[in-house]
Design a protein around this ligand. Sequence first.
Ligand SMILES: O=C(O)c1cc(C(=O)O)c2c(n1)C(=O)C(=O)c1cc(C(=O)O)[nH]c1-2
Length: 246
Amino acid sequence: MNDQPAPDLEARLRQIGAERYHDKHPFHRLLHSGGCTPDQVRAWVINRYYYQSRIPMKDAAFMSRVEDPALRRAWRSRIEDHDGTAEQEGGIRRWLRLARGVGLDPDYVASTQGVLPATRFAVDAYVRYVRDQPLLQAVAASLTELFAPAIHEERIAGLLRHYDFANADTVSYFRHRLTEAPKDVAFGLSWVLEHATTPERADMAVAALVFKMDVLWAQLDALYAAYVTPALIPPGAWRPGEGMAR
Ligand SMILES: O=C(O)c1cc(C(=O)O)c2c(n1)C(=O)C(=O)c1cc(C(=O)O)[nH]c1-2
């Protein structure tokens, strides 16, 4: 191939994170600084579970389109990280331990009943995007994870400092992501830089990352509107008191 990667693409991708990553969202600021009520934390755990639960489905959708065995091999640990293996618990189980820790019934959370409609729309849009768009965009959309270790560090510290439910067990999901995400994103970033070989393809990668930033931001807008600004909980979505552990 004679085309060269756009030299400034990595800097452009990082700039998008600096401007748009969801660490800047008011809901996360509230959560990490101890400002959430127990019910607001529960609403976050319920809605974020929906994102969690769809990540391995989107990775399976991605892999179903990949013809290169080497790329599939590099990608498949993402599914195991969430679903676990015969020997090892995965992220979904860890998230449900967090659910139990905040007083929710894990079966209720896993049912995804009570998830906000806008959470579903945003997350489902991500799964569809990865299923339908060119592979370059599908990989570039995962690069929000470039910025995830910093937010996971901030969250672990903030939760442990401010909330009684937080302990090594309930924050273990995030501790595992500190090692899982950097390995995934190092691969994803180098793949995107290698394959964004024209200015047009670089623009496609940038657009994919912006799309994914919007997917993350929209989920928090939905949470904020329903559970922080009071009384905007849509019909059928979780209401405080429902789905609690016995
Ligand atoms: O807590 C977070 O802020 C956060 C953000 C992201 C992200 O940036 O997309 C992911 C995760 N966590 C995460 O835990 C995770 O497994 C994950 C997978 C992906 C992806 O797009 O494939 N993003 C993220």
